[in-house]
Write a protein that binds this ligand. Structure first.
Ligand code: BGC
Length: 506
């Protein structure tokens, strides 16, 4: 099956849009990685969460599982994702009504105000207020940037750009881990202020100022009736005057999607059942891999297991590095091996590691949570966490985060599909962040088996229900559902005319 190719090349203009996407991915990742580190720093705990600090100090020999079980401590981490969830609903209207760039601008401004507020926090409310502003920024960014990118990018680079975004998130997480490690060495005890405010301000300024200079996408301009401007931008971003074919396709697609007045009602139709199912289940499952337990709480988890301050933060750096490197594996293989093999292999790898980790913890801490972990034993645990993270980073990370959800929706339900994907992701990121520490206290080592159970379920789900989408042009995606043993019950021939020859090619 041949994908349609319009004339044009990768222009510096499109390069600039990648830069904006890259910097926004960095901030989203930075926010994911930073909180676990600061919440494991004594001066930070002493200032904002003195009761957790006292418990940590007194608790040397008693139940380790519950040391960090504090509602207010988890609220510090999770408030960001609740704010992001709420903001993403507003962001979808701003993105549609005013254009993509204004959502990016709004996201940048929220980051610019939130980060220094966090760094200057005098009490826990100021701290959480800053986190909420950062969350609003995340909500606007994750809603608008992927859309902006896929509308600006030449079709043949869309997939690569997509995973680049995830790569930037992982680099953001690693930067946060490194900064936490470096800053924890500042004797005076104010290092966490730098962690919270520092790096975030630089990319936040790039997005805020950058978005003012970036043009809106041709699609968005056409949607708002600025046809001449749309043509001009298209010429500029494709670096050619031969844009008429792409332009008329964009106009046609715009008219088609205008006819769909209510994408939200539309996506409920029976023929979109496979899309709706994926829009909900893929981000849900992605969070139920338990990845953010590691991304948010690795240093806290390691301290729970009896690691020292330094070792905890160092282990988080190693894990962050594995996360980045393994994402490259995905970039290099996803279009050759396909999505399903990566999902299935990654799933089995995560499953095995979680069972091993749960068992290793059970052996040392049992159900009482009392005990200590020898050095070599601890090193083994870090090793299995790394293998687990690698499995995630070449499967559910990039594929579940953006790639698969962004390539399976037809235009008429794309905005609704993307909104559902983002909100479900944020909702369950919040739920995992909010419940992990109390769950660790109650489920103990069983928590690792709990996530293993979910990984088993999602791997079976992929095996049975996710068709392979490798190398299938977006506009031909319907064929994939039609050829599927289960989804062909929903997507019937009445919905789209497809020749038998085309069916035979997939
Ligand atoms: C997920 C995040 C996660 C990150 C880890 C993303 O795809 O949506 O929740 O923290 O991957 O690299």
């Amino acid at each position: 099956m041949e994908s349609k190719e319009y004339p044009g090349k990768l222009t510096p203009f499109v390069g600039l849009t990648c830069l904006v996407a890259a910097t926004s991915g960095l901030i989203v990742g930075y926010d994911i990685g930073i909180s676990g580190g600061v919440t494991s720093m004594d001066p930070f705990l002493k200032k904002f969460f003195p009761s957790v600090y006292r418990k940590e100090k007194q608790n040397q020999n008693s139940n380790q599982y519950c040391t960090f079980d504090s509602q207010i401590l988890t609220t510090f981490t999770s408030s960001l994702y609740l704010a992001a969830l709420v903001a993403s609903f507003f962001a979808s209207s701003v993105t549609r009504l005013f254009g993509r760039k204004w959502s990016m601008f709004a996201g940048g401004v929220s980051f610019l105000v939130g980060a220094p507020l966090n760094g200057a926090a005098q009490d826990v409310f100021m701290l959480i207020f800053g986190r909420i502003l950062l969350g609003i920024g995340v909500g606007f960014i994750v809603q608008s940037v992927p859309l902006y990118l896929s509308e600006m990018a030449p079709a043949k680079l869309r997939g690569m750009l997509n995973i680049t975004c995830q790569l930037m998130i992982t680099i953001g997480i690693l930067s946060a881990n490194l900064i936490n490690y470096g800053i924890s060495k500042i004797e005076a005890g104010w290092g966490w202020r730098l962690s919270l405010a520092d790096l975030a301000v630089v990319p936040a300024s790039v997005i805020t100022i950058g978005s003012l200079f970036l043009p809106d996408t041709p699609n968005s301009l056409i949607e708002h009736g600025h046809d001449e401007k749309a043509k001009e931008i298209l010429r500029k971003i494709r670096g050619t005057h031969e844009i008429l074919e792409e332009y008329s396709d964009l106009v046609a697609a715009g008219q088609e999607s205008k006819k769909t007045r209510h994408p939200w009602i539309n996506i409920m139709k029976r023929k979109y059942r496979p899309h709706l199912t994926m829009a909900i289940l893929i981000p849900f499952f992605q969070q139920l891999t338990g990845i953010n337990v590691i991304m948010f709480y690795a240093p806290v988890l390691f301290k729970t297991l009896g690691f020292g301050n330094n070792t905890s933060l160092m282990s988080a750096v190693i894990i962050g590095l594995v996360n980045v490197c393994a994402t490259f594996v995905s970039i290099g293989t996803v279009d050759r091996l396909g999505r399903r093999p990566l999902f299935l292999q990654g799933g089995f790898q995560m499953l095995a590691c979680q069972i091993i980790l749960g068992t290793l913890i059970a052996i040392k801490f049992g159900t009482t949570g009392e005990g200590t972990i020898p050095r070599t034993y601890a090193a083994f645990m870090v090793l299995f966490i790394c293998i687990y993270v690698a499995g995630f980073a070449w499967s559910w990370g990039p594929l579940g985060g953006t790639l698969v959800p962004s390539e399976i929706f037809p235009l008429e339900i794309r905005s609704a599909g993307q909104s559902i994907n983002v909100s479900v992701n944020m909702l369950f990121t919040f739920v995992v962040a909010q419940t992990f520490l109390p769950m660790l206290c109650h489920f103990k080592f069983g928590l690792f088996y709990f996530f293993a159970g979910w990984v088993l379920v999602m791997t079976i789900f992929i095996a049975l229900f996710l068709p392979e989408t490798k190398n299938v042009p977006i506009e031909k995606m319907i064929l994939v559902w039609k050829a599927h043993w289960f989804w062909n019950n929903f997507v019937s021939d009445k919905n789209e005319h497809v020749s038998t020859k085309e069916m035979a090619t997939i």
